[in-house]
Design a protein around this ligand. Structure first.
Ligand SMILES: *[C@@H]1O[C@H](CO)[C@@H](O)[C@H](O)[C@H]1NC(C)=O
Length: 156
């Protein structure tokens, strides 16, 4: 009886460990891009400029919701019919009275991790068109780990 219990325990363990063996998956991901922008001005102004631009960029961008600390939007284009989800958060920088804006664009469909800069451009084009890049203290923080392929991106 003891042997049987041990055997079944081992067998169950074997099944569990087999299930834990990673199955090779195709090289498809929900590509994403995360960026951070800094401004000298207060978050309320920065957020107003961004929301205004999202509304002005309809129908390519759709404003989904506006909360005190963040904004949700959708992006779609003929190139990416499944679209991308955009979340932009605003954090007042206490010491300087400025604003830190952190943005994420994520592909809804499965794509290659190298998305041709699509997610980066979704964010860049909004910030560029809104005039936020001319705001005092504007600074962009971005890296390859958080936004793969952004260096290759040519945003139009
Ligand atoms: C935004 O995109 C999501 C996911 O595709 C969708 O479910 C939602 O209805 C969209 N919202 C608006 C306001 O378009």
């Amino acid at each position: 009886m003891k042997t049987l219990l041990l055997a079944s325990a081992l067998f169950a363990g074997l099944l569990v460990s087999l299930a834990a063996v990673p199955v090779p998956t195709p090289a498809l991901y929900h590509a994403f891009c995360r960026t951070m922008w800094l401004f000298a001005g207060p978050c309320t102004d920065i957020k107003t400029m961004l929301v205004t631009q999202i509304l002005a960029s309809s129908p390519e961008y759709t404003l989904v919701s506006v909360f005190p600390g963040f904004v949700n939007a959708n992006h779609t284009s003929p190139k990416t019919p499944e679209g991308e989800t955009i979340i932009i958060s605003f954090y007042p920088t206490i010491v300087t009275g400025g604003c830190r804006m952190s943005a994420l664009s994520k592909s809804n469909g499965f794509t290659s991790l190298l998305d041709g800069g699509q997610n980066y451009c979704n964010l860049y084009n909004l910030v560029s068109a809104s005039g936020l890049m001319e705001e005092p203290g504007f600074m962009e923080t971005i890296n390859e780990w958080a936004c793969m392929g952004y260096k290759l991106a040519t945003c139009s």
